[in-house]
Design a protein around this ligand. Structure first.
Ligand SMILES: *Cc1c(COP(=O)(O)O)cnc(C)c1O
Length: 463
């Protein structure tokens, strides 16, 4: 559908003065809003006062705001963004040629910073608000390590202490990630650990567990709320994170508009939903306002299929059940996914904004198996040069599938996908794939039922 007479370059960059100055809050344009977070004790919506002990004040405001469509990006954050943004929107000419598809494929590449992912977009915002509030430091969890790295970078920039609980399996598999974080001054603890009450409890119940994001979140929250001058920050799932990540979608939209390109399909991988939500938000806004139509596809691993096989219900955000209840597509907070190689996609739930959009039929979801994801990763790396993160490769898989469909039908669709990061720290996974040792684990219905049984039951939470 591209109707430009201008030649489209390999990379579309924005000028500094074309970069977004505001984030876009898609909730403002949703007629039916995402369900509010609930206080697990009272089952009433979480208020500012309930959330304030856990999160920074300004971030609580953003979390609760479902009416303001645009929120100013503070000058300090915009300046930091300029060090590694705008990120390029790349026309995948070489991939198109290799596939022999009439489809036009673009990807928005977020791997051009040391964290190797889009996570820095929210890390810097959260660190900024913590600093502005005069805090000493922040705590967090990290799975694959990208979020912990991003937060370490952001905290060192603003001179804040940073305590990271890293999912044990990643801590062991990715020692170099850990060292990057320590280089930026963070302290890194494998989770579950003996440092927290909740960690000790989880270890007692599941001795030898390789950990999960849900466990690590519980430990980080406990540490933040028991230390004076600390708050907890989260790298995904929350509406505030999705808001910060809209810088991806806003830049992508501005770049496409520069060349009059009209996308048909927008694809992203979905762990907690922040990059996908950030990428699609401005386009979804147009769809919600009835201005334009797009097909949005969320891609998740078949081993952790929250959208495609989960329940839409209120559930805990963490294994230790210390966080508020969020209404989302969930596999149950007790679900511990198999140790697949896309650590950033191993979360039991999904952003409540994306969950609601999916429930309203405004977005589709697909699950894909690990080996086919690495096939796509390899194909992409060989023609486009970038070695993609396993998480990002989920989006590549479906972008390729859609482009191959166009090859059959002869349709010249325009496909945009989010290439969230690079995979240099994932070489163990690539090694397994190269050696032919990679397996596809898909949970059975009975496996999933165990997780569903742990979803809290109360009137109004039928699923
Ligand atoms: C964390 C991560 C993801 C998944 O997180 P979302 O919040 O769903 O975006 C995807 N890709 C990379 C490279 C990541 O680091």
């Amino acid at each position: 559908m591209s109707n430009s007479s201008k030649e489209i370059p390999y990379k579309i960059y924005l000028e500094e003065n074309e970069m977004p100055t505001q984030w876009y809050n898609v909730r403002a344009d949703m007629k039916k809003k995402p369900a509010p977070l609930l206080n697990p004790g009272t089952l009433k919506p979480m208020t500012f006062a309930d959330l304030q002990p856990v999160f920074c004040d300004e971030l609580v405001k953003q979390e609760l705001d479902d009416t303001h469509a645009y929120i100013d990006i503070p000058q300090e954050i915009r300046e930091f963004y300029k060090m590694y943004r705008p990120s390029p929107l790349v026309r995948a000419y070489c991939l198109e040629k290799k596939l022999g598809t009439p489809a036009k494929i673009y990807y928005k590449f977020e791997g051009n910073n040391t964290s190797g992912s889009h996570k820095l977009n929210s890390a810097i915002a959260q660190a900024y608000y913590a600093k502005k509030q005069g805090l000493k430091g922040v705590t967090t969890e990290t799975g694959a390590g990208q979020w912990g790295t991003a937060l370490s970078m952001a905290c060192s920039y603003f001179d804040l202490d940073c305590k990271v609980y890293m999912v044990k399996v990643s801590y062991e598999q990715k020692p170099f990630r850990r060292e990057v974080m320590r280089t930026y001054g963070a302290s890194v603890t494998p989770s579950p650990s003996e440092h927290t009450a909740v960690g000790r409890k989880i270890l007692q119940e599941h001795p030898g567990t390789s950990g999960s994001l849900g466990c690590a979140i519980s430990e980080a929250v406990e540490t933040a709320t028991s230390l004076e001058g600390y708050r907890y920050v989260l790298g995904s799932v929350l509406s505030q994170v999705l808001l910060h990540q809209t810088v991806i979608g806003l830049e992508a939209k501005a770049a496409l508009e520069k060349y009059n390109i009209q996308p048909d399909i927008i694809i992203g991988c979905a762990g907690g939903g922040s990059n996908l939500g950030g990428l699609i938000s401005p386009f979804m806004g147009e769809k919600l306002r009835g201005e334009k139509d797009y097909k949005f596809i969320a891609v998740e691993p078949a081993s952790c299929p929250s959208l495609t096989r989960g329940k839409y219900a209120y559930d805990f955000c963490d294994t230790g059940k210390v966080c508020p209840l969020a209404k989302m597509y969930t596999l149950g907070s007790g679900f511990i996914p198999s140790a697949n190689h896309a650590g950033g996609l191993r979360y039991h739930g999904m952003s409540s904004i994306l969950s609601e959009l999916y429930d309203q039929g405004l977005m589709e979801a697909r699950s894909v198996e690990q080996t086919e994801v690495f096939e796509a990763a390899e194909q992409f790396a060989r023609v486009e040069g970038i070695l993609p993160a396993p998480e990002s490769s989920h989006a590549i898989r479906v972008a390729i599938d859609e482009a191959l469909k166009c090859k059959e039908t002869g349709e010249e669709k325009t496909i945009v996908f989010g290439l969230t990061g690079t995979g240099y720290f994932d070489m163990t996974a690539y090694q397994k794939y190269n050696d032919g040792d990679m397996s596809d684990y898909i949970p059975t219905d009975a496996d999933l039922q165990v997780g569903f049984d742990g979803i809290p039951k109360f009137p109004g939470n039928e699923f």
